[in-house]
Design a protein around this ligand. Sequence first.
Ligand code: SF4
Length: 180
Amino acid sequence: MRREEAGELARNRGFSNWGFFPAEKLRFLTEVRDMCVADRCGKFGKTWTCPPACGTLEEITGRARAYSWGILLQTTGQMEDAFDAETLVDAMEKQKENFGAYVEGIRKDYPGEDILPMSSGGCDLCGTCTYPEETCRFPEQAVPSMEAYGLLVTEVCELAGIPYYYGKNTITFSSCILFH
Ligand code: SF4
């Protein structure tokens, strides 16, 4: 798949912004994984896609190193003020929905394309995750977060040449996909 096609798909899907980056420049940081352990998002040890179930940093990044480029996809919401939780949740849901559809679209229309998607936040496809009692219900759709891969989103934005922050009272969610 070419970058132009990936960008066109992002436009059609309705992302606010996107940018491309060289995969070899990604840094998979222990410090970011340490933040997972601190459990500020409440997902540590709660899903198959988050640490510790997703594997050690070395295990999970082993596959990522085989890819050559990536696209960073964003949804930005303009809040009325810092307490506008409705817009924040809307932007988060829109990002999840668009990202899932984007990944599904590539898998359907480019069946030979080996991609590695990384979401914003841990998997919440199911009301209650089966972890750790039973295996994942949707292993094809369950995607680890960028943080699970030890990626600092601000750093990936810089690599992709697009902002992390779009100004006062904005909220932005970012996900990415790696390509060969
Ligand atoms: S798809 Fe369901 S079972 Fe699998 S990780 Fe996500 S929430 Fe858990």
